[in-house]
Write a protein that binds this ligand. Sequence first.
Ligand SMILES: [Zn+2]
Length: 268
Amino acid sequence: MTAGAVAVLYVNLDGMTPAAVAAALAPRSGMETAPIAAPAAASISNASATKLFGKPVEQLTVGATGAAVSANWTYAFKMSDTPARNVLAVLPGSDPTLAGEYVLVGAHNDHVGTLAASVDHDSTRAVNSVTRRQGSNDPSCRPTPDQQHQIDSLISRARSIRPIRRDSIMNGADDDGSGTVVLLEIAEKFASEKPKRSIIFISHQGEESGLLGSKWFTDHPTLPLDKIVAAHNMDMVGKGRVSSVGRRRCRRSDHVACRGSSATSSIR
Ligand SMILES: [Zn+2]
């Protein structure tokens, strides 16, 4: 980039899909970013570039000068009507010397919102309990005639006691309801065991939107970050077979990865 550029225009608009263009202009969620001093950037079409330079982009040479252009674009930050928040708790350590050190135990409590279509609880449960006893450990499959018979009978039993219950919420039992309940179990256990070091428990929000909750905590810590001597993050601990544990190696030498699944997870 030339030193002193006030903006950069990319001639790549024509190569973008209509969906990408619509997404770029649509409202999106995220944390308000601090103003940055970097040059502004925008995508323009071939036609606009031709207008600027008076000839097609393919005929331009490096250093060609185009017409002067002025532009102005901005965005408005609006606080969500349903703001999210991390939930934190501290268990003070029992050892006067070590109590100033903290072990962080965390998991995220959000998932990925709602489905466009709703599904019936009892039908879903019947299919899963017959064909996928171990949840996502078992692949989706077409039921055998015998399994279909079992499914039909479970559904008709459910129908005999209650109406259809439709729901479009993606509940995220594994990602990360599993980590969330283990977090609560660990907190309950340590509350009676009284460990020497202090423990900070964090139930993060907004993980699926881009690790927003954990970023917020590290950007706005409630205690000096250098007092945290270890962090234990749990994500998707509810699936996987015993043989899967430790199969994936961690890329960082100061991390320990112990995953119950061959699925990837975000440990930051
Ligand atoms: Zn997760």
